[in-house]
Design a protein around this ligand. Structure first.
Ligand SMILES: Cc1cc2nc3c(=O)[nH]c(=O)nc-3n(C[C@H](O)[C@H](O)[C@H](O)COP(=O)(O)OP(=O)(O)OC[C@H]3O[C@@H](n4cnc5c(N)ncnc54)[C@H](O)[C@@H]3O)c2cc1C
Length: 457
């Protein structure tokens, strides 16, 4: 991704794109180019040569065909939150989908049709108006397509599965420019591959999701002193081992400007019986002496606001990830030791809880590779742009290495870096060969080489 394609004919590509895009074609000489090529992780230094702001299928098709015919590497930017910056390529053409963020809710059939550039918050916000929800990730500015295509962990995972388990169909512009609809009834192999294989098969211009009636959830955050980490994490282990589908509970460590990091638990109860949810919350609070506990019954979209700003845009980041089958005592100790070394005011560790409905989807039903109960560990090395890197990224690397002997093979494909291709095959387990066959069938020339995840084909 760092090499510039020597045969790229950027001038010809520009000539072809200008009549289609007009002032929606941005070049490096353009005033708006720097802001348009800014993504969440400001440590990324990839330098594209052009950005096209796509508004519909025809725009996407024109951009894909032009990039291909002029040999200009392309990349797709949805919400711009891939930490490894694969939305941008050196010397590349960026298909910016931010103008395709429309969401249409059909309350009659209970679906949301979502543009390829919509953010999580666009979807949860539109569904909220009807007392509905679909599984999403936590931070509302993350792209819904990018999140979904490689899985989509979130606080409704136990009740309704991953985001990808609620995908009903997708419109895709393929590498040869054809627009197809992938669903169980048409291009079923593509539909299988898209549900876990990320952006490797084409540009998804529209996604249809199943919606669920969910007017209110009981959710929030509790913080415990670092000294109570061992008991809180031991209690967490017990509680998640038998948690009802309606209870999905994140946990981890957050930086604390006043001292050692704080242990956090972040439960969401999505069941109709709020009293049962309150008992769960009370049990979690009793795991230690929380210094803060803020739990409320709110619509799902509003509950997600607790994650707004959780990882500051504009900072520099290096993320690493591991899958744990459960939080063993040894893993809890490794995580606690790693948290004790957090030196940056922004670095953090968090764990997503995978269970319930997500774990009942068959192993080969979708391309997503791990369908047994587990925890997804996110190790977030973060620092302000004005600070020297000062080892914050190395801390993430080292924590990941320390967890490796305790972890399952592979890792969450959406969070594996482009520098970890050897971890991709085990992430898909028995689905990997089929995924690679689908890649060869739908993108034989690897036009979508900078997709997440990085597939070596
Ligand atoms: C702050 C933060 C919070 C996160 N929280 C969660 C979470 O709760 N749960 C979770 O599972 N993950 C989470 N993630 C990971 C996130 O899901 C991935 O980084 C995802 O790839 C981001 O998608 P994006 O569109 O925002 O990013 P982009 O950088 O725009 O896109 C990343 C890649 O996704 C593909 N892509 C995006 N849109 C399309 C499209 N329309 N068609 C085809 N390909 C497309 C492309 O391959 C692109 O390179 C989080 C990441 C961050 C930074």
């Amino acid at each position: 991704m760092t090499s510039i394609n020597a045969s790229a004919d950027v001038a010809r590509a520009t000539e072809r794109l200008r009549p289609v895009f007009g002032d929606r074609l941005l070049l490096p000489t353009h005033d708006r180019f720097a802001s348009a090529s800014r993504i969440w992780n400001c440590a990324i230094t990839h330098r594209p040569v052009a950005i096209v702001r796509c508004l519909d299928n025809d725009d996407v098709r024109a951009a894909v065909l032009t990039a291909r015919e002029c040999d200009v590497p392309l990349s797709v930017c949805g919400g711009g939150h891939d930490w490894a910056g694969r939305a941008l390529r050196d010397g590349g053409l960026v298909l910016d989908l931010s103008g395709m963020g429309q969401v249409a809710v059909d309350t009659g059939v209970g679906t949301a049709t979502v543009g390829g550039g919509a953010h999580i918050g666009d979807v949860s916000g539109a569904a909220r108006q009807h007392g509905l929800a679909t599984p999403t990730g936590t931070v509302r500015t993350v792209g819904m397509a990018g999140l979904t295509l490689a899985g989509g962990y979130g606080p409704l995972c136990g009740r309704y599965g991953l985001a990808v388990d609620n995908l009903l169909r997708a419109d895709v512009v393929l590498a040869d420019g054809r627009l197809v609809t992938a669903s169980p009834d048409g291009d079923a192999e593509l539909f299988w591959a898209l549900r876990g294989g990320g952006g490797n098969f084409g540009v998804v211009t529209s996604l249809m999701f199943r919606l669920h009636e969910l007017p209110t959830v009981l959710a929030g955050m509790m913080l415990f002193p670092f000294a109570q980490a061992a008991t809180v994490l031991a209690g967490y282990r017990e509680i998640v081992a038998t948690a009802a589908d309606e209870a999905t509970i994140m946990a981890g460590f957050l930086p604390n400007p006043d001292g050692p990091p704080l242990v956090f638990l972040c439960p969401m109860w999505s069941g109709a019986d709020l009293a049962e949810g309150e008992r769960l919350i009370a049990g979690l609070e009793r795991l230690g002496n929380p210094v803060m506990s803020q739990i409320a019954a709110t619509p799902y979209h509003d509950a997600l606001s607790m994650f707004d700003g959780a990882m500051r845009e504009g900072n520099h980041y290096r993320l690493r990830t591991r899958w744990l089958s459960h939080l063993s005592e040894a893993a809890a100790e490794e995580l606690t030791d790693a948290a004790a070394q957090i030196a940056s005011p922004y670095s953090a560790i968090s764990m997503h809880h995978f269970h319930g409905a997500a774990a009942r989807v068959g192993q080969t039903e979708t391309a997503f590779g791990l369908r047994t109960d587990h925890l997804l560990v996110e190790i977030v090395g973060a620092w302000a742009p004005e600070d020297a890197e000062a080892g914050y990224g190395d801390w993430a690397d080292q924590t990941s290495q320390r967890l490796a002997p305790l972890a399952l093979p592979g890792g969450y494909p959406n969070l594996l870096g482009a520098d970890e291709p050897e971890r991709v095959p085990p992430s898909y387990g028995p689905n990997y060969e089929r995924l690679v066959s689908a890649k060869r069938r739908y993108d034989p020339d690897n036009i979508f080489a900078s997709a997440v995840p990085t597939l070596a084909v």
